[in-house]
Ligand binder design. Sequence first.
Ligand code: DUC
Ligand code: ZN
Ligand code: ZN
Length: 479
Amino acid sequence: MKTLIKNGTLITASDTFQSDILIEDEKITRIGLNLEVDSNHQVDATNKLILPGGIDPHVHLDLPMFGTVSSDDHYTGHKAAAFGGTTTAMDFVVLEPSPSGRGQGEGDFNHSVDLWMKKAGKAAIDYSFHMNLTQFNDRIAKEIPSLMKMGIQTLKVFTAYNGRLRIDDGSIFKAMRIAKDNGMLVMAHCENGDIIETLVAEALACGHTTPEWHAWTRPGWGAVDATLRVAGMAAESEASVYIVHMNMGGEVDMLQYARERGVKVMGETCPQYLFFTIDNLRQPDGAKWICSPPMRTKQDNARLWEGLTNGILQTIGTDHCPFYFDGAKPMMYEGKEIAIAGKELGRDDFTKIPNGLPGIQDRLPVLWTQGVRAGRISANQFVAYTSTNPAKIFGLYPRKGALLEGSDADITIWDPEKKVNYGLAHSHQRTDYNLYEGWELTGYPEKVFLRGKLIVDGERWLGKSGDGQFLKRSEGEVL
Ligand code: DUC
Ligand code: ZN
Ligand code: ZN
């Protein structure tokens, strides 16, 4: 099967050039001007841009939490991703004890990965996993290198969620040493768990229950101090470390400080932290914006943009973890009514609002208009942050994140002039709201190929459950 895409403008992380592109079966096999090839299909891409499919390094699909579950699974979330031009997504395996295993509730990597593989059987785009390292002891330490053999090159640690997800700093430091010795990468969620626990208890005791208290009880300085602490551990252990969902200007400062001193630390931000502030949590529908870490200030938005403009940050993920705003009301999804409990669970208590928001589809369209068209980042930086850098950091390059002969034919044909009044009507994310409702966008995906198969053609969905493949990853690069 041969598909020839003619007359497009290719955008890579470093170059912009006119070229045709030939896809044979699942791979890009030729790139060049005026290709004359017998093909089964030709696509005219005159006035269109050709981008490597987006890679979202940070999503939470089908994740049980807050007594419910994130409302996109590996099919619905992947379908939404594809409509937004993304063809690879990485989500996080919850470390669970095996029912027949060692007992005492000790996490079991094999069992946990098996569970996640089963969930992801319905994948519609390619995917891989990070492992949540939410327990640590000598046995777990010994078993960490086995993850590499499973193609899981990343350990996620938390400096918050005391008594649940957090492991202490000594354990994080030991995990970093193991990661360093085995070509693995440590990802860190940086907030100050001790301060959060104190402030939450005080807020509730005073009867402060509204959504904005979610932000007041998770102070930004805690994210800044945790970022510096994690960077310090990276320096001392010489491990490669990736700070997820940077939301504070001060975190960008800490990242810059560490990187200028040769520490192998990298940073991700997410679109929501570039646009929204604590003011959104004060709205009557403020629960829609509840996620951890929370929205901050306009100054933080601006410093994060600066971090992207100047290349201090390396990636833009989404932390896609959607919930319904009103899960008591069913919504239609592929012709069926479906209701999943959501933000209404915390109507009277901000600590019970499921943390997380949608974004897997929104990422590229919103960033194109607000980033590239607004002159904050170049089109090449857009590709770097949303595709090529994640591929390099997470051990997928040049199979993914590249427009090169031999790379997987994951391709998004982008119409840079298409105007869309964005919002729920365009969204395939399985939730009842969209954070970018009514935003005027210019530039939108037109066609999306996953390993050579056309899965999105305008408004038409041609993909299916099971199209996605698990990607075994190997050692990545430090950017
Ligand atoms: N933050 C969220 O808001 N949701 C899921 C996980 C996380 O870190
Ligand atoms: Zn996190
Ligand atoms: Zn997350």
